[in-house]
Design a protein around this ligand. Structure first.
Ligand SMILES: [Ca+2]
Ligand SMILES: [Ca+2]
Length: 316
């Protein structure tokens, strides 16, 4: 239990982010969020185990948490020694952590099953135009895949993963046409990070170094990953809430002839943003045995390139 005079309050922003154990930085680190946290620990078998927790209650500078397996922790008290040093005290025992500004996930998970995500869309163009002049730098141009509520708290929080293809407009990169297979598929995890000194930490997604594979058959996009790609994937099971999502940001649509033969393309569009979700709101449990279907034409914006028709997820 927390000290008796503690009032419930969100965790203060200076605690948010990733911290590694000062004594043995390669062996353990934690990712602290507003609603949830993850403890990563190196195992003797040469991989990382991730333990996701959600806060039962937070108190500004401490929390009680519940592990995804249902077990509760005792009260954890947080104290900043200086801006890069954090002490966490649990049941009279204090551990010291150092701030990790990189927040890049370079760790291998311990399990080895294959995860296949099949996304059937109303139409997938043979080519996609990227780094468009009309798009502002650093904006996401395309994003498609699966969002996983790994920690079961019904929201995107620290401890969750996305399995995505994504393309971001890079400064100074020339416009180009690419195939979907030339995009990269990654597992992304949610955390808090500082963009600049003095800023408040903001919620970001960061990709694992591992790359999944992309396959295109007709209008079905298949992304294949392995549990080794991220330690949190060990918690994926048939109870995990998921949401398929697609997004295309395409301001000032042009009418080039490169899409000859296509049914849909930029010449049909007037919106900048096109997206679709399955389910429309929140998440639904994975059903490995059944295709989950979504209505045709229910996307926001006009583009059929984002219109989800069906999603299949498999774990073998
Ligand atoms: Ca969540
Ligand atoms: Ca749809």
């Amino acid at each position: 239990m927390p000290p008796i005079d503690k009032e419930a309050a969100p965790l203060e922003s200076q605690y948010l982010g990733q911290w590694y154990l000062a004594d043995s930085p390669g062996e353990a680190f934690i990712s602290l969020g507003k609603e949830a946290m993850v403890l990563y620990q190196w195992t003797e078998t040469g991989c990382f185990q991730a333990d996701p927790y959600t806060y039962l209650q937070s108190y500004g500078d401490g929390f009680n948490a519940r592990h995804i397996d249902g077990s509760d922790t005792t009260y954890s008290a947080l104290e900043l020694i200086d801006e890069n040093t954090l002490e966490i005290t649990q049941e009279g025992e204090t551990l010291q952590f150092w701030k990790d500004e990189q927040f890049y996930m370079d760790t291998e998970g311990c399990d080895n099953k294959t995860i296949t995500v099949q996304l059937e869309l109303a139409e997938i163009p043979r080519q996609l135009k990227i780094n468009r002049a009309a798009t502002d730098d650093h904006y996401v141009e395309l994003r498609m895949g699966l969002e996983l509520d790994i920690n079961h708290d019904g929201m995107a929080s620290v401890g969750d993963l996305d399995m995505l293809i994504q393309h971001v407009k890079r400064p100074d990169n020339a416009e180009a046409f690419i195939d979907y297979e030339d995009l990269a598929a990654h597992v992304w995890h949610i955390g808090f990070s500082l963009f600049r000194d003095g800023d408040e930490p903001v919620k970001v997604i960061t990709r694992s170094r591992f790359e999944g594979s992309i396959e295109l058959t007709g209008n079905t996009l298949t992304l294949t990953f392995n549990q080794q790609h991220h330690p949190l994937l060990s918690w994926l099971d048939e109870q995990t809430p998921i949401r398929a999502s697609t997004m295309l940001y395409y301001p000032e649509p042009q009418t080039e002839s490169v899409w000859n033969g296509a049914i849909d393309g930029p010449w049909n569009w007037s919106s900048d943003l096109h997206h679709d979700n399955l389910p429309d709101e929140g998440y639904q449990a994975i059903d490995y045995l059944r295709t989950q279907r979504d209505p045709e034409g229910d996307q926001e914006g006009e583009s059929r390139w984002v219109d989800i028709l069906a999603v299949d997820v498999r774990l073998d």
